[in-house]
Design a protein around this ligand. Sequence first.
Ligand code: UDP
Ligand code: MG
Length: 138
Amino acid sequence: MERTFSIIKPDAVARNLQGEIMAMIQNAGLRIVSMKMLHLTKAQAEGFYAVHKERPFFDSLTEYMSSGPCVVMCLEGDNAIQKYRDLMGATNKDNAAEGTIRKKYALDIEKNSCHGSDGPDTAAMEIAYFFNALELVG
Ligand code: UDP
Ligand code: MG
């Protein structure tokens, strides 16, 4: 069993797609072991994406991530990190495979509907950024 961290990003919540995306996650065999809805501040979005702070898209990305509510989740399952990366599809929807969340719902490379951790260390950090141990109920 492995855990990963997921965000349904503001572009998807604004279009009321939370349920559709959660269904895709659950149909892929992942279990939601914690979940909440948040409206991040710019500073909270900057903290979450600190690894990208030197990138040219950082300011725009953190503005967008704090522009409206999002849904944060901890997901659990066999090979959860890779399984969820595969379900999301490529960062740029133009490169995303058919049947992936981003192929279906992303608007552009920034407003790409979902986030998923890229490895075990980032998964642990990202889960801890949003949830305490008592909130993880799997
Ligand atoms: N992003 C962007 N422009 C880019 C690359 C990334 O706006 O050229 C945004 C996009 O929302 C992406 C996030 O920054 O999901 C984090 O980028 P990363 O390379 O970690 O992609 P991911 O792991 O989300 O596929
Ligand atoms: Mg990433």
